[in-house]
Design a protein. Structure first.
Length: 129
């Protein structure tokens, strides 16, 4: 999720402490995901995807406007700045929606399930150089 200032292969805090829906789906049997947990996670992912899709539509519209405005012979700096701020805000909302989803997923997992997923993640990491 986003840019990191860490060497390649080292997980950032999001990757280190949170779990992707894909990882949970792949290992659901190993960690004993209940039907209730599965349904809650699916609902949370669907909610986040709906929000992110709406935000992406807004962002693409703003990006199209930015491109059109930049094509002009004379560029309206204030307008470009305003559109750029809108795009940056939308990008932040997308990242925040994704982070919120991951936090909610983690909070639906027991401590035991979180430990198991952390152990599985460590087993999948390449060995340090």
């Amino acid at each position: 999720m986003g840019d990191r200032l860490l060497p390649q292969g080292e997980p950032g805090p999001v990757e280190k402490y949170l779990f992707s829906p894909d990882m949970i789906m792949v290992h659901q049997g190993e960690i004993g995901i209940s039907d209730e947990q599965r349904e809650e996670i699916i609902a949370g992912v669907q909610e986040a995807q709906t929000t992110i899709m709406r935000l992406q539509w807004e962002m693409h519209g703003a990006m199209g406007q930015l491109e059109q405005d930049l094509k002009n012979t004379h560029v309206d700096e204030a307008k470009i700045r305003s559109t750029s701020e809108k795009i940056t805000k939308i990008e932040g909302e997308i990242k925040l929606t994704h982070l919120t989803m991951l936090i909610r997923i983690k909070n639906r997992l027991s401590e035991q399930q979180q430990r198991q997923l952390s152990d599985l993640r460590l087993a999948l990491l390449p060995p340090p150089r």
